[in-house]
Design a binder for this molecule. Sequence first.
Ligand SMILES: Nc1ncnc2c1ncn2[C@@H]1O[C@H](COP(=O)(O)OP(=O)(O)OP(=O)(O)O)[C@@H](O)[C@H]1O
Length: 566
Amino acid sequence: MWINYLDQALLLAALAVSVNLLVGYAGQVSVAHAAFAGVGGYAVCFLAGLHGWPYLASLAVAVLVTAVLGVLIGLIALGLAEEFLILMTLAFSLGIIGVLATFDALGGVTGITGVDGLRLFGKELDTPADWLIPSAVVLALVFAVCRRIGESPYGQVLKGIREDAVATRALGKNTFGYKIGIFAITSGLTGLVGGLYSGWLGQATPSAYGFPLAMAVFAMVIVGGNANLAGSIAAGIVLTMIEPVLRQVLAVQSTQAALVQVVLYGVLLLLVMLVRPQGLFPERARKVAVPAPEARAQASPRPEPPARTPYDEADVVLRAEGLSKRFGGITAAKNIDLELRRGTITALVGPNGAGKTTAFNLLTGTVVPDTGSVTLNGAELVGMRPDLVVRAGLARTFQDVRLLNRLTCLENVMLAVPGRPGERLGPLFTPGRGVSRADREAAAEAMRWLEFVGMADEAATPADALSYGQAKLVSLARALATRADVLLLDEPASGVDAAWVETMLAMVAAVRDEGRTVCLVEHNLDVVRQLADHTCFMELGEITASGTLDELTGSARLAEAYFGAQ
Ligand SMILES: Nc1ncnc2c1ncn2[C@@H]1O[C@H](COP(=O)(O)OP(=O)(O)OP(=O)(O)O)[C@@H](O)[C@H]1O
């Protein structure tokens, strides 16, 4: 009796672990995963139960079918905002269960029942005790896979997506690809668990995989703690055991016990969300070790700054021609021509709403222009995904900083370091030390950029504990760590307290002295005067004047329209 419940607890815990990888790490809330488990369960009962397939082969099909289903549904649902994702996956979950219940071959509304005689490795799975080891092995396997992914550079990218998908994409990550990938992996894992669950139940029925199961799994994830896989196991086992304890220990009737269990799930969920929204166990923060000073020194020493070339003689690195963008009736960008020259700083100035941030969005591919072209070292960027634009060598910072709050400063910057093998699944599951070695090197490189901006002492500090000025410096380090040649800095000094402005100015000048090309949007003309080699004036989406700041401020029209008010 108790062993039977333990089997169930282990399998539900495995479901909770896989859903936690999706919800807790990647922040993608899916209600469809209980239904994916149902697809796995039906696949096994249909193939092994009704058609005599070997159990292992039918489990493999269950994993494959649910992973493919995950990709298909992910492609439709994951482009949506998070609140719509919940609704969309709820709709898919109802649809999947509804479709399964319509096929006569799958037993219609009663499902496939009376499945027995399943065998694994020659052993018949008959009694609850027979299911204990397969259930424990599946839980261990799901835990190992989810932990490997979650606590790796891949998992760091997932957490980045959870914190701020736009900022993570601006660090060169294909966020949509990662979302599809993790949706498919967790779907496949739930399909596997469903295959075991239905085998253990001896049936696959629409009611077993409906909304109550989805809620039970959510309760386990939330009570156990987001991104805490061990917490999900503990919560999975404890919550599943409520019903048997009510029945066996407190002698509550079985139908009442099931009802009380559902009510308790609800109460627990409410309590946890009100009192401890992060779950009973906090997020299991992966400790990225702060590199020792020797390790940092070895990480690609900075080359001597090249001698500076006068602005007019410097090569054009980035050229925008005829960029235009309308949003409904608003012309946010009109025929913008812009040249950024190697090793120089260009400033974009102009009144609020002039289109400066839009210009950055158009250059980086965040917004697709209606017309025009952008070339970086001769290569066309228009039409390229924003993460590929970063990889091509054009990175940006944001006016509102957009650090990944629950990640440390070091993790924020590490995430920008390109080419980490642990961000791909293949190397993660290949034996060898390549992933951890590359990770140590990335940490040393990230540390070098934190040192560069004077933030090395805050490496282990979560980003949300920084002052605004510190956060802007870390965001600069993060842009530098992308190794992009051209940096677009959106108001690097705005909102920064006086104590940090000088540091920020020195940093931006140092970035130029390294030979990188900078374009900055800035309202503070003192900052522009100190930094910019060239200034473009924007109004109503157009660049209407350019030259040195003194030339622009000398224009009577501009002085009256804008500079006079400064
Ligand atoms: N996604 C969008 N949808 C609709 N309108 C937009 C969008 N993005 C920008 N705009 C509009 O385009 C115009 C230019 O905005 P933008 O933010 O680029 O100006 P800005 O010069 O950066 O302003 P600020 O100095 O205040 O940051 C504004 O009228 C703005 O409302």
